[in-house]
Design a protein around this ligand. Sequence first.
Ligand SMILES: [Zn+2]
Length: 229
Amino acid sequence: MLFIPLYHSLDAGTAYPYALPRAVFARHLFLLEQMHTCVDATTAEVCMDAPECTFDRTMVQVQFDDGYEDNMQLIDILENYRVPVTLFIATEYIGKKLDGRSMLDVSQLRELNSHPLVSFGSHAHSHRKLIDISAEELMYEFEKSKAVLEDVLGDEIVRVSYPKSASNVQVRECAARVYAYGYGSSKNDVAVGGYVDNMQIPRVAQEGKTPLWKFVAQNIEALWRIKKI
Ligand SMILES: [Zn+2]
């Protein structure tokens, strides 16, 4: 199985529902390390592509969306538990604010990218809901974001996560022209039979108010729910 818990922010002083206190995030990583094998995105994606892969090592890939500046506080926690993460960046907001919250700037992105436990993906360019826009606009969102991130980081960007959890057939077809992997975000993204589609890889968004027992239950549920296509 492949279980992908999705985080956003560690700035729990705000009313933002997707912000987790650092101590709670650290507890999550402790539990994930105990229950599963935490891998980087490339390891999970290579396994997804391999015909013999069954995810029987119960892989976990920890991901963050948007690119908030408070993601700089991740490093010591990741190092403590040796857990890799992938950060998906909404590129129009690099060094700016999104809904009033400060975002990572170019030098912070480069600093994070130099860390062996951190990888990157695109979260599209403008953070618009992609199901509402034309194919032409979709291609701009995906191509612009890839170009900006590759320019900032100097690495090839092969994956995207869809803003606001929203994708449909047109979104995924356009994304597949630019990226090899597309990450969704809710249970609704799981294809019939619980199998994983490369452009619709399911994730489970974590909220600040989610009790720890519910997080553990998600992990157990993931053991039987998600398999390779
Ligand atoms: Zn987002």
